[in-house]
Design a protein around this ligand. Sequence first.
Ligand code: NAD
Ligand code: IPM
Ligand code: MN
Length: 350
Amino acid sequence: TKTFNILVLPGDGIGPEVMAEAIKVLKVFETPERKFELRQELIGGCSIDAYGKSVTEEVKQAALDSDAVLFAAVGGPKWDNQRRGLDGPEGGLLQIRKAMDIYANLRPCCSTSPSASVAKEFSPFKHEVIEGVDFVVVRENCGGAYFGRKVEEETYAMDEWGYSEAEIQRVTRLSAEVALRHNPPWPVISLDKANVLASSRLWRRVVDKTMAAEYPQVKLVHQLADSASLILATNPRSLNGVILADNTFGDMISDQAGSIVGTLGVLPSASLNGLPGDKTMKTRPYGLYEPTHGSAPTIAGQNIANPVAMILCVALMLRYSLNMEDEAQRVEDAVRKVLDSGIRTPDLGV
Ligand code: NAD
Ligand code: IPM
Ligand code: MN
């Protein structure tokens, strides 16, 4: 019997509600030959309440010992005055990303994917604008403004927004590898503010150099991040491809992607330290699967949260961490069927 060890981190708000549904889906694939050993732990606000910190060393170690991590959401008004650096509820997620060194966060958004089979009805966009939209954001996940030095005083605050060449190189490579998994290869569209930020100028230089030297067959486009936001809202199809972005710009553009399908409740993501088969990986493969949405405190506890993003995270986990592509597709097909059948949560207009 093959046993996969999965660390389950439901977190706060709607986290436990959507996680419970995702686990049901995962269990469908248990057979006498294949078991999922689930270890559930606290993270975020509930961990602060229980242990005084947003994530314990034990939980970080459990993540490193697992075959994959399922994470739902953290944060909420209860802990709003406890946000200090990496110690607030959201810091639990940041610490675990850093501990696993999962430097690339893949956030797919496609107007014909299972998650978006309802986009036709619920997108605020005209159908002809979003028809054929198909991109994946590859967000740098372990550096930049999120992890630089911080000063937090009464009347002054500072976040250091820095990148090293090596940090940019590895996420650029991964984005190009994602592009090459499509036939013909997708373009890589790199976002930055090279007209203003020093870190962006290094970003652009390193992306250029890496792509030219190692991936000449992949088309590379540089797009200023602010103008990319506008394009996403006016002609999103022209961003079809791999959207490569640093931690901050990637966070923002991937939330904006939720507007294409009409809700964040259907967008999953995968945080990885390499793609399956990646020979440059220095440690064993790690994957943490997290919806793009947060803990949605205003709808928590009512059992109305959309579990689709979390369920599609299970599909991504089956695909990227457990080498179960057929099963991943079965999850995606099932989600499409359910949404097409009209079964919906209120964020989709019920
Ligand atoms: P949010 O993503 O929680 O909510 C944004 C909007 O989307 C809200 O209208 C919410 O009701 C809706 N929404 C989100 N997920 C949904 C779902 N599954 N089904 C139906 N509707 C859904 O973002 P926010 O309100 O800005 O943040 C709330 C808290 O979550 C904050 O504490 C924030 O820091 C945290 N947060 C956590 C994560 C994470 O854990 N990965 C991500 C984003 C925000
Ligand atoms: C996300 C969230 C997180 C981020 C927060 C909760 C730390 O917004 O996963 O997109 O900013 O990375
Ligand atoms: Mn975000």
